[in-house]
Write a protein that binds this ligand. Structure first.
Ligand code: ADP
Length: 485
């Protein structure tokens, strides 16, 4: 049953609302003290009134008991003064006085009912045995009962006991009246507190309503005017909105860069097509006037453009495969990195020889690591290829392999043209080239370094470039030796 109630509460929307909770908390903080004060006030009044009444009746009873002892009332009851006194007192306290002799017999009852009966209550027995005043309270009938011994003050001899009952109806009536007033006051306080709690919960949470409105408006489509929405009421709402704006501008950035990427892709794919179109058009227009040699030359150019187109498409496909999304999976296996690097250098030797660039390899430590050989090989190959392509006559490219704690470190340095400082932050951008026409001339697509970087990041590694324009460039790649699962 409890679990059921809990589940119900969990699912009820208003119970989960912060507004509702603030309302309840303020309400409880306001009402609980007023209930406690009411109860304490009534209780303390009751105790005080009862204490006073007990003291008063006890005093009076003791005086009468002393009187009874002195006048020897128990042996000679013919004493109208005492009778009068007892009647007056019982009227005063709206109660009753019983005089009991040492044989526990009631010899005088102001009500006249119990005269001649025996009363053997524990209080009476105690008094007979020398106890002082006793008091008890009958909650049900609202009676206070006081028992005092009748004794000789000099000898201490007990002649009997005086039992006084006094009505506490007056106190009860007062308590009830007080309770009613306090209750009315409490209801008024509760209503006021409820109103305050409602107003407070509504105003305190108003800024959050603004946030909800702002976020909902985004759901219906990106709103460029959104940055204008600020909720500075609280530090928290300001932080939420700042984070939200940050997220939105990030989304916009992604959106923009996607657009730019599509524009770049189309441009890159269109350029070779445009060249081919120009080449083929001029062949068509020239008609029969073209000799076989020119034909051949034009066809060679067209074939070169087809190769370019192919390269761009292949690079784009590699990039998509490595683009940090769930399709980019690493096929990890222990791999001899030294052998892998040597294989890369071997593959690129013809290219280096063509440009007259010397390839050097230095192994400072033998390395075996858990990597995706195909992807890492592609990454390093791009770096070495760039180092050869952007080199000078008689230049060199040096690849080193080392271990640094839990990482392997591969550096690719060259004696090439270098990268200007202002471009170094952008070389990993897709389609970015420092010198567009030069890069195109030597067959670059501007995608090589993005492919490299993505492959290295997939391995949880890092890549860093240092370069001095005109002197050369060094790329440093760090990759963990063990892939953490
Ligand atoms: P690309 O296909 O044009 O070579 P990359 O992404 O591989 O594209 O490189 C981006 C740009 O960075 C290149 O166009 C080139 O300007 C510059 N770059 C890359 N590597 C080097 C290097 N080793 N020396 C000088 N410039 C380099």
């Amino acid at each position: 049953m409890r679990a059921l109630i809990n589940r119900f509460l969990q699912n009820v929307r208003f119970y989960r609302s912060l507004k509702f909770r603030i309302f309840i908390i303020v309400l409880l903080i306001g009402i609980i003290p007023s209930v406690i004060v009411r109860l304490m006030m009534i209780n303390s009044y009751k105790n005080r009134a009862m204490g006073q009444k007990t003291a008063e009746v006890t005093n009076q009873s003791a005086i009468v008991a002393a009187h009874l002892a002195r006048t020897d009332y128990l042996s000679d009851m013919n004493n109208p003064v005492i009778d009068d006194e007892l009647t007056q007192l019982s009227n005063l306290y709206d109660g009753r006085f019983l005089v009991i002799d040492d044989s526990y017999k009631v010899i005088k009852d102001t009500y006249g009912k119990s005269q001649g009966r025996y009363i053997v209550s524990s209080e009476v027995i105690s008094c007979m045995n020398g106890s002082r005043n006793m008091s008890s309270f009958d909650e049900v009938n609202n009676y206070l009962e006081i028992t005092v011994p009748i004794l000789d003050e000099v000898t201490g001899k007990v002649y009997g006991a005086l039992v006084a009952s006094a009505s506490t109806d007056g106190i009860r009536d007062n308590v009830e009246l007080l309770g009613r007033r306090a209750y009315t006051l409490e209801v008024i306080i509760s209503v006021v507190v409820m109103l305050i709690a409602y107003a407070l919960s509504a105003t305190l949470l108003r800024p959050f309503d603004k946030i909800i409105k702002a976020v909902s408006s985004v759901r219906e489509g990106f709103d460029p005017g959104l940055e204008a929405i600020e909720v500075p009421d609280y530090t928290e709402t300001k932080d939420i909105m700042d984070a939200f704006h940050h997220l939105m501008s990030r989304m916009k950035e992604v959106d923009d860069s996607r657009e730019e990427f599509v524009a770049n892709v189309s441009h890159e794919l269109k350029t070779p097509l445009a060249s081919m179109k120009v080449l083929s058009d001029s062949l068509i227009q020239s008609g029969d006037a073209v000799d076989a040699e020119t034909y051949r030359e034009f066809m060679v150019d067209i074939a070169a453009e087809v190769d370019r187109e192919n390269k761009v498409i292949n690079d784009l496909l590699s990039l998509v495969k490595l683009d940090g999304n769930e399709t980019a999976q690493l096929n990890l296996a222990t791999c001899d990195i030294s052998a892998m690097l040597q294989q890369i250098l071997k593959t690129l030797t013809p290219l280096a020889q063509k440009d007259g660039v010397e390839l050097l390899y230095e192994e400072k430590a033998h390395v075996e690591a858990d990597v995706d050989e195909v992807k890492l090989s592609l990454a390093i190959m791009n770096l070495v290829e760039n180092a050869i392509k952007y080199n000078k006559e008689e230049g060199w490219v040096k690849v080193t392999l080392d271990i640094d704690v839990q990482f392997m470190v591969i550096t690719v340095s060259d004696s090439g043209i270098g990268i200007p400082e202002e471009s170094i932050g952008r070389i990993y951008d897709r389609f970015y080239r420092v010198d567009k026409s030069h890069s195109r001339e030597i067959g670059g697509t501007g995608l090589g370094l993005s492919i490299t970087r993505n492959a290295i990041l997939l391995h949880r590694g890092a890549i860093k470039a240092a370069s001095i324009a005109g002197e050369g460039t060094t790329f440093t790649v760090k990759i963990p030796l063990e892939a953490d699962v």
